[in-house]
Design a protein around this ligand. Sequence first.
Ligand code: GRG
Length: 313
Amino acid sequence: MRASGFRHNLKRRKPELTEFKEKFLAYAKRINEALGSYVLKGKGLPQAEIFDAMGYSLLDGGKRIRPMLLLEFYRVCGGTDERLAMRFACSVEMIHTYSLIHDDLPCMDNDDMRRGRPTNHKVYGEAMAILAGDGLLTMAFENAIGALCESKDNWLNAALACNELASAAGAFGMVGGQTIDIKGPREHTVETLTQLHKKKTGALIKASVLMGCRLAGANEEQLRAAGRYAESVGLSFQIIDDILDAVGDPELLGKTAGKDQKLGKATFVSLLGLENSKKMAEELTSEALECLNAFSDTDYLKKLTTYLCTREK
Ligand code: GRG
């Protein structure tokens, strides 16, 4: 009965989320179709196997939260070129996928299952999994810079979006956070753990939001509100991840649960306890919802934000 306490809490919010689910799935389908087109290009090439390995993880049923955030912030900031926004949205998901493939490697978290299937290195071997991650990371920038080169009327905003992506993915952002996670101190306070996850998980989420704003040419006030929104959502996303690792249903999660505890890793649950972690995630979600008042037509974004705090996987 690991999941009972959390589930109980989820049930209270469920009804208001059901109509949202259809839209969410349709959105994810559009993103999946766009992502599929990138790996199809490798068919028939002598190096087709690398495209297979990249596609195995890229197209295997992730929630597509980051691309959705990018596309939604693009829309609420007045962007209308959905094709351009989708290209950048795909780049974000490529980087996210590469990070998961590398995080699962034996030299990092050594995970056998991800999204309910064997991890990339379990299917293709370690060398190909490293290359698949490298291929996705590189393709993300090839694609984003390709879009920048083609956006004649909007090149500065597209360049600013590329810049958000690069700084979030690298050693000041996600790679830096992963480094602190594997090489940094084992002991944490809530403050140091927050700093770690701001980089490891939060940076790419924030970049997704800001890229949508940048591409649409958002003003300073919108950028500030979106930045605050993303910081709250990024942290609450990680807290929920910790809660799910502690009390989530492994079948729904599609990966091994309880790993953090087994490895003696500090998490928000180990530092604050389950109830206080839930409370913190809910407070952060309320703060994020508040930030959305700086934009109009945010009905879907509000539901997505609430879903992120109540998700079961
Ligand atoms: C290897 C450079 C490098 C970085 C790895 C993000 C990361 C850094 C590792 C992932 C570890 C992890 C599980 C972090 C918790 C938050 C997180 C990123 C969860 C997975 O994201 P979701 O829930 O996944 O959006 P899906 O499967 O839906 O795409």
